[in-house]
Design a binder for this molecule. Structure first.
Ligand code: SF4
Length: 454
């Protein structure tokens, strides 16, 4: 079957096999026409970053179809208000396309702010708004004046670029909410977490690690975040950036304006989770914090390793394909799988940078396929060629795995299981184990044809 799946010529520079192709991978460009990319649009990038602010109003200015993907499908949880789980749209139709949608936007903002009393409002511009040229900035400024809350336009017109441009638009919007609170006291050991969205409560787990170390978290961008938290983030001593693809831009702006340094971290897998905590402890150069961090990591890892060993017995020698949004997560997954005795044979991302792919090349084995901005056919072909037993991805990759007759692990924003932190590593092992060892795959036609082990 794999022999019948052709790769488009235009896509070939964005794919390479380690040990065979001695060149740099091409990345960071618009998706090839006809490729049916797994990438989402600019608006999706903005929405992913801003939606977890749970006391804000999130209004999509555009046709109703753009809002379809937002109805409570995210795993981002809140310990308080849940306004972020409601999906609002101005439902732009032909009439507004001809006469403009500003009146409808103004009316929608007024109605929603009166009804829900949010602490701020984000207005997401979609493709059609960019085309018809509504002055969204002017409407937002007017409503902000009249209602006395920040009303922030997010310029996330889908056609403007890639999902990364949506991240950037979200960062610019968040930047406008900073520095509103100069009063609330902050400790000298305060950090912000950037790029952590509290999927299945992961922010709470990570915050608890920091609490045990003696570190305060001023703001998590944007897991379980409130508008007021964002307002005091400028007074933290360090920014810890997890989802670097989405949040490095904000970290750089904060470094420039507020002189807050930043470091990159990943909370997935044992090494990267431990390193994230040690790096933060190292930044503060405080003996007590260093000692507490050591104790925390030792106790968590010593509890975790024997439990992982049980899963490893069944998984040893199995192989995995990884296709995720940001490549930083892919690094951690390659390492986490090794703890389970599994090697990665295909790895790719929607938004990786050249240096990320170089690092992936370093940490994977000869013969591993690396791909940037892949499409379903390419992923199917590589899975079959390499005989992967598992695909790790998101909602759009799940059907690919099942059609190929292999296990699937959801590592995207829709998941309901915490996979970050030490506890998350154990959940990850359970997930991988249950799907890879499921007896159902031996009935899969694709599997029977390719005579792979089940
Ligand atoms: S590409 Fe444009 S029309 Fe499609 S969902 Fe994104 S913003 Fe809406």
């Amino acid at each position: 079957m794999s022999g019948t799946i052709e790769i488009l010529d235009e896509r070939k520079p964005q794919i390479l096999e380690k040990g065979k192709d001695n060149r740099e991978i091409v990345c960071g460009k618009a998706s090839a026409a006809g490729s049916v990319s797994q990438r989402a649009c600019v608006f999706c990038g903005s929405r992913v970053v801003l939606y977890p602010i749970s006391d804000a109003l999130h209004l999509i200015h555009g046709p109703i179809g753009c809002a379809a993907y937002t109805w409570d499908i995210r795993g981002s949880t809140s310990s308080g208000p849940e306004l972020h789980r409601l999906s609002f749209s101005t439902d732009i139709r032909e009439r507004e396309v001809i006469y403009g949608g500003e009146k409808k936007l103004y009316a929608a903002l007024n109605e929603l702010i009166n009804r829900y009393q949010p602490k701020a409002a984000f207005v997401y511009c979609t493709c059609i708004i960019g085309l018809i040229g509504d002055d969204v900035d002017a409407v937002c400024a007017r409503v902000q004046r009249e209602k006395g809350i920040p009303v922030i336009p997010v310029h996330s017109e889908g056609f403007k670029g890639t999902k990364k441009d949506g991240y950037r638009a979200a960062c610019e919007s968040l930047f406008k909410l900073l520095a509103k609170d100069e009063e609330t006291p902050v400790s000298p050991f305060t950090i912000n977490i950037l790029g952590e969205f509290n999927l299945a409560g992961e922010t709470w787990m990570i915050k608890d690690y920091y609490r045990r170390m003696g570190i305060d978290v001023a703001t998590c961008f944007t897991g379980d975040a409130r508008v007021a938290d964002v307002g005091r983030a400028h007074r933290a001593k360090l920014n810890v950036v997890q989802c670097s693809g989405s949040m490095t831009y904000l970290a750089k702006m904060m470094r420039e304006r507020y002189e807050i340094p930043f470091l990159r971290a990943s909370y997935f897998g044992i090494e990267d989770m431990s390193k994230a905590l040690y790096d933060v402890a190292g930044f503060f150069k405080n003996d007590e914090i260093t000692q507490r961090t050591r104790e925390l990591v030792q106790s968590e890892v010593s509890r975790l390793l024997p439990q992982l060993a049980e899963y490893r017995r069944d998984l040893e020698g199995r192989t995995a394909a990884i296709y995720v949004g940001g490549s930083f997560k892919a690094f951690s997954l390659v390492k986490a799988l090794r703890h389970l005795g599994m090697e990665t044979v295909v790895v790719g991302s929607q938004t990786g940078a050249a240096e990320d792919y170089e690092y992936l090349k370093e940490i994977t084995n000869e013969g591993t396929i690396l791909c940037d901005d892949a499409n379903p056919l390419e992923l199917s072909r590589f899975i079959l060629e390499k005989g992967a037993d598992l695909l790790i991805g998101g909602v759009k990759e799940r059907p690919i795995a099942y059609k190929m007759g292999i296990g699937f692990c959801d590592h995207n924003h829709e998941r309901k299981i915490a996979l970050a932190g030490f506890e998350g590593m154990l959940n990850f092992a359970k997930e991988v184990h249950s799907t890879v060892t499921s007896p159902v795959w031996k009935f899969s036609p694709a599997r029977m044809k390719s005579k792979k082990k089940t």
